[in-house]
Structure formats: C-alpha cells, structure tokens
Design a protein around this ligand. Structure first.
Ligand code: SAH
Length: 471
C-alpha cells in the first residue's frame, strides 16, 4: 500500500491553498464542502475565487507564497502553475510536519486527493496512488451507477440508531448481524425512497425488538479455481461470513474474496483420512452455527457434485440448523469451457455423464457398458489414480481404443494444462499432469484443437494454458 486512506475532519480547521487558478478551484470547493477554514494565496486570481472571498467563504491573499503562511495550518494544497513554487510549498509544509498535496505531482507531496463518491454521510474514496487517475475516475463512475439513490439518508438514519442498537445488543457480532439483516432486506431503504422517514425509523426499532443472532450455514460452491467464476450470491455470503471452512480445491485467489475479518479454517482432506476429517468438519459446522455464527462451507466446484454436500446437510438438519445451498461451476463445466471442449455437440455427443473414479471400498463401480456407449461424453472426476481401470474397462466394454480423451489439470487456473490423446494412451497421459485433474472421454475432445482459447493469446514463453496433443 503506497498510501493509507483516512477520512480527516476539517471543520473549522485552517487549510491553505497556494494558487488561485483553474486547478485550485475544485480543491477549494472540496475543502469548503468539508467545512474547512480556507485561505487562498495567489498573485492573480480567478473571479470565482474573488467572489467566494467577497462572500466571506474564504480568505484571499493576493500575494506571492510566503513561508510564514504555512504555520498553524492543518493541511496545504500546492496548486500553482509553477513547478518551483509547488516544490517550495511542499518542502516548507513537510519540514513542519503538515500534510501537503501537490497538484499533478503527487510524489512531491505527502497526501493525494482521491476520486470520491459523495453520498454523505456515506463517502467512497478511490485512489490509484497517482498511477492511473483516469482508471480511478472510471471506477468512481461505475460505483455512482450502482449505488442505491437513498444510500445517504439510509446511512444517516443508521447513525441515529447506532447507540440504541449498541445498548440493546452487547456483542459486536450480534450488532453486525442486526445491521446486515436490516440492510439486506432493503425495507428501510425502500421506505426512505418513498419519503416515509417515520415508518423507516419504526422499522428499525421493531426489527431490533427481540433480535437474536441465529447461527446458519451456507454450503457454497467456489467453482473450479478462477475466482471470477463464483456467483454473486457466493460473493455476498463470503463477504458476510464470520467463519469460512474451506477445502483443498478452493483456490487462494477465491479465498481472497472472503471478508477480511472472517476466520478461515482449512478442513482440506488428506487422501486416506476422509472419514475422520469429514466427521470433524460436520462437528465444526454444528459447533460454530450453534454459537450464533454465520458459517460458509466453501467447496470446490459445485457442492452437490461429488462434494459430499448432502452428508454435511444431514448433520445440520439433525441439529435443526438453518442452511442454504449455493451452486457453483462444477469442474466439468469449468474445465471443458476453458479447454475448448464442448461437453455435448450435435454431431458427436447427445449426452454427458459425470462419473467418479473413486468409489467406496465395498461400493458398486460404475456401469461400464453404459459408459462405453458411443455418442456420449464421459467426464471422470477423481480419476487420475484410476486411469488404468478407466482405460481398460471402457475398452473392454466396447468403447473404441481410438476415442479421443483429454486430461485437464488445474482447470480455469492460470497454470491450467490440457493434454489430449486417445483412450488407449490414458494411463500414459495421466502421468504427465498434476492434480486436480479431470478426464474427458469422447469425440467432442477432438474439437479442442480448434476451440481452445484460454491462455492462447499469452506470450509463448509464459502461456497461461498449454494444450499438448500426444495423439
Ligand atoms: N465438487 C467438485 C468436485 C469435487 S471431487 C466440483 O463440482 O467440481 C474432486 C475432483 O474434481 C478432482 O479430483 C478433479 O477430478 C476435479 N476437479 C476439481 N477442480 C478441478 C480443476 N480446477 N481442474 C481439474 N479438475 C478439477
């Protein structure tokens, strides 16, 4: 972080603007809006500034900058058109420990002015630390567009009730949950929008009455790795969570989207220790929810596709803990899209099956005869270690040894790798890649050469995704 963003109180504080031209005007207005006691110095001055001085809104010193002007001032803005004068102002202010901003030369000063979205008392400040002011402005415009109209009055109203809520709900977690629930329902905002301020106040009070922070669990699909593939709902829940229990498949980039104060618990499973860890995970979910926490159980891909999501929910039902399930992009969808392999195609495959390569020790294996049917795409999850079994059983059940196959490793991630070949080479191919990897069997794989797009434009030396054809 190049700068620490803070919001500073300037009501009745002496502030100095050196320069009285066009660029100074905007800064002067901002300082006045913040209630500062503004002094402007300049040899010449814009009529608009003179007018503000006549109205008594600021003090105008029609003279050159003098070191003595800086003493006792809270902050200084150097906005003259002379690089030397601006530099001098910055040096003088700095020497006295006074914050100074130099217009157009941010590196010379000690603070920068952000782009702001002003819905007072809600304020959003955006800064690119001087690197790309245009980009910061574009982000500001975007935010202006998506913020609800009544966010200002809503903020002010919440402020009025802050103390009352604090007295009623002793625990900070309970208070946070109260406000989250209230804001997410949107009732108060819509009453304000209709101009029904009185009713909005009543709504806050009635919601507060008897409010208890009830624990709940959201079973959330985190997708296959690329963080931009998560759903809006997943993002919302990750931003509100107290605790996030995640497993090995959830990418680091996706975890970065979790609320910064939330506790992250890795419940990743090690091979061979499944059942023990699964039981412990179930216990933790119940324990946290019973303590009134908002728990997110984040699972790679989709929680209901080879994710044991159902088993975790059964445990919650037993303990009467409220829950919801948020679907995610499953590995088959993510990997096939990012590898350019359509799972169905009018010419090649009329159906697609998702199969697990990993079965319970005593459990029945898949129906190989049905998987070996032509015009069908088979996607094997957890199949890397079972590639010999898959290759042998499919061929024995009648699938042609020349059927195209692909292994997509680390699908949708920056280091995605796609290897293609024929079914008879599956064992060989599987030795080339790292887990997690997905095996796709079917004629549709032959389209990968033509449809591959992910990482294709990257520099050859640092290609994000590589397509290797061993056929
Ligand atoms: N619930 C998950 C699947 C869990 S099973 C989902 O819907 O995607 C774990 C298996 O998923 C791995 O062994 C692998 O076969 C597959 N997998 C998950 N993420 C993957 C990725 N990014 N790339 C390739 N395969 C992946």
């Amino acid at each position: 972080m190049d700068y620490l963003p803070i919001f500073t109180k300037l009501q009745s504080q002496p502030c100095l603007v050196v320069g009285a031209g066009e660029v100074a005007i905007r800064k002067i207005h901002l300082l006045l809006r913040a209630g500062a006691e503004v002094t402007v110095c300049g040899i010449e001055c814009r009529p608009e500034i003179a007018e503000l001085a006549e109205q008594g809104k600021l003090t105008l010193l029609l003279q050159a900058f003098d070191e003595s002007m800086v003493s006792g001032v809270r902050l200084v803005i150097a906005a003259t058109d002379s690089i030397d004068v601006n530099k001098q102002v910055a040096t003088v202010a700095d020497a006295q420990g006074i914050f100074v901003n130099v217009i157009n030369e941010p590196e010379q000063g000690s603070f920068v002015m952000p782009s702001i979205v002003d819905r007072s008392p809600m304020l959003i400040a955006i800064s690119s630390a001087g690197h790309a002011p245009v980009l910061a402005r574009m982000i500001r415009e975007k935010l202006e567009g998506i913020l609800p109209k009544h966010i200002g009055p809503l903020t002010a109203l919440a402020g009025q009730f802050r103390e009352t809520v604090k007295q009623q709900l002793a625990k900070p977690t309970a208070r946070r949950r109260f406000w989250e629930t209230l804001f997410s329902r949107g009732e108060v905002a819509s009453l304000l929008e209709k101009g029904q301020g009185q009713q909005a106040q009543q709504k806050i009070l009635s919601s507060l009455e008897g409010f208890t922070a009830q624990g709940e669990v959201a079973l959330v699909g985190a997708g296959p790795g690329d963080p931009s593939l998560i759903t809006l709902k997943a993002l919302q829940l990750m931003q509100q969570a107290d605790i996030v229990l995640f497993d090995q498949l959830v990418s680091t980039e996706t975890l970065e989207l979790v609320r910064k104060d939330a506790k992250l618990v890795n419940v990743g499973k090690e091979a061979g220790k499944h059942s023990v860890i699964q039981e412990k995970t179930n216990e933790l979910l119940v324990q946290y929810a019973k303590a009134g926490k908002k728990v997110v159980r984040l699972k790679g891909g989709d929680p209901f596709i080879f994710g044991r999501g159902g088993e975790e929910l059964e445990e919650l039902i037993e303990h009467q803990i409220p829950f919801q399930v948020v679907p995610g992009v499953t590995a088959a969808s993510g990997c096939s899209s990012y590898a350019g392999i359509p799972l169905t195609h009018r010419d090649y495959a009329q159906s697609v099956v998702f199969v697990t390569g990993h079965n319970k020790a005593q459990g029945a294996g898949p129906n190989w005869a049905s998987l070996a049917q032509a015009n069908q795409t088979c996607v094997f999850y957890m199949g890397l270690l079972q590639s010999a079994k898959i290759q042998q059983n499919l061929i024995e059940a009648g699938r042609a040894a020349s059927t195209p196959v692909a292994i997509v490793s680390k699908g949708t991630r920056q280091d995605q790798q796609v290897i293609t070949g024929q079914l008879s080479q599956l064992v060989e191919l599987s030795q080339e890649v790292q887990p997690p990897a997905l095996i796709i069997v079917g004629e549709v794989v032959s389209l990968a050469d033509k449809l591959a797009w992910f990482g294709q434009q990257a520099d050859a030396g640092q290609a994000a995704s590589s397509l290797i054809n061993l056929a």
